[in-house]
Design a protein around this ligand. Structure first.
Ligand code: GTP
Ligand code: MG
Ligand code: ZN
Length: 395
């Protein structure tokens, strides 16, 4: 039996759950070794400032200052008390009797969030430091949609004691870290605008891959359809409809397509994501009259949105279900998808992949590639193939 050699230094040290080992088993509790790193220092700054600047969303910009080198990240080990019914061995044991189950409605900065219990009681919460140090997400230990156990400290305040394992997540890469946009959701409304800002099919494809990866059903919403000729949108609409995706053309400001969108949202939890200025908040205001989410005009100079929405927030809707408004993203980098895995998320590729000459064909430079042939023959859209290439090369 190995005994923990390190003092509990919760206030000073952060650990990442990189490896763990059961060292002692009791009936409902076990000690688990986990790797951890120092956390008093801020995370190191990566070298590529320009790319970071382009990639960061409004939420990213809320991050604090950074260190310049990677020093101080040395991994050590410590032991936590976990429970037997947690196969991953990384859940803390807590006093469940004193806690209440709740859902995170809104994460506010790195360690505050608002939660709602099933009976409808709201608590403004801080997050137990040990959870912050175990966090997978670089920025927030808890994210909108998390199911948590809260220890109430006053009538409307509490401490998050445990985060239940996340079932379906929408994640993206943010620098070297994972940014979990929302957790335990059913659907992703990929919001694009026909114009202002211009429609980017590549971004739709990245969201489609991320949704599939996270087990979330995508709905493609082409908003601001009043700003384009219907025939201009037909090609893109048909492209995705033919692939089997739900596509809805909307005009948030005059109800076009809104009833159809509402129909898709009933009884589901749907996160709305996309570039800034495409009309995510406007669509939610249309879906749920009286909501009054803040919106603002896109910039006349750049044609880009102004990052009006700053927080990810769950909102109940009248006919049952929840919608989640999110800040606009500038880029959607894939998270935890290797280049070789990407082909599986392009749903039109697999029938051709089997016939490629080389079994490990990457469909980029190889001869005898059936995917490339299908593009040349018009069976696979060049737009989709181009998206694939960009994702494969991490462009
Ligand atoms: N013409 C037209 N304008 C729209 C439509 N939907 C939204 N807008 C306008 O587009 C602008 C941006 O809308 P928002 O709802 O703030 O966009 P957002 O996606 O929430 O942006 P962020 O919160 O910055 O991510 C606002 O001025 C809206 O009035 C639409 O269907 N047609
Ligand atoms: Mg918004
Ligand atoms: Zn191939």
């Amino acid at each position: 039996m190995r005994v923990c050699r390190f003092r509990f230094e919760l206030a000073e040290l952060e650990f990442v759950v990189a490896s763990h080992r059961v060292v002692m088993a009791k009936k409902r509790a076990k000690k688990v070794r986990v790797a951890f790193r120092k956390n008093r220092e801020k995370r190191p700054r990566s070298q590529n400032f320009t790319r970071d600047a382009q990639e960061e969303s409004a939420v990213d910009q809320q991050g604090a200052g950074e260190r310049i080198t990677g020093k101080g990240q040395l991994t050590r080990y410590r032991t936590i008390i976990s429970t037997d019914d947690d196969p991953a061995g990384v859940q803390r044991r807590i006093d469940e009797e004193s806690c209440v189950a709740a859902r995170v409605i809104r994460a506010v900065g790195a360690n505050r969030c608002d939660v709602l219990t099933d009976p409808g009681v709201s608590y403004s919460c801080t997050v137990r430091r040990v959870l912050r140090t175990m966090a997978r997400d670089a920025r927030n230990a808890v994210v909108a949609g998390d199911r948590v156990m809260v220890l109430p400290t006053t009538e409307n305040e509490g401490v998050i004691e445990r985060i239940e394992p996340r079932q379906r997540v929408l994640s993206r890469g943010s620098g070297r870290f994972e940014h979990i946009i929302a957790a335990n959701i059913d659907q992703l409304a990929i919001v694009t605008s026909a114009a202002s800002p211009p429609l980017k099919p590549g971004l739709i494809d990245r969201f489609l891959v991320s949704a599939a990866r996270g087990g979330v059903r995508p709905i493609i919403c082409i908003n601001k359809s009043d700003l384009a000729e219907p025939r201009q949108l037909r090609a893109i609409h048909e492209l995705y409809t033919n692939l089997g995706y739900e596509v809805i053309e909307t005009v948030a400001v005059n109800e076009v397509g809104i009833e159809e969108l509402r129909g898709q949202l009933i009884g589901k939890e749907t996160v709305f994501a996309g570039q800034s200025g495409v009309g995510k908040s406007s669509l939610l205001n249309a879906v749920q009259p009286g909501l009054g989410l803040r919106t603002s005009r896109v910039s006349d100079d750049s044609g880009k949105g102004r990052h009006t929405t700053r927080l990810t927030e769950m909102i109940p809707i009248d006919r049952g279900g929840w919608v989640i408004d999110t800040p606009g993203v500038r880029q959607m980098s894939l998270w935890d998808v290797s280049p070789e895995e990407i082909e599986a998320y392009f749903i039109e590729f697999p029938p051709y992949v089997a016939d490629c000459h080389f079994p490990d064909c990457t469909h980029t430079h190889e001869t005898g590639c059936r995917v490339k042939a299908a593009v040349a023959e018009g069976h696979i859209s060049p737009l989709r193939y181009e998206s694939y290439l960009r994702m494969f090369h991490n462009d």
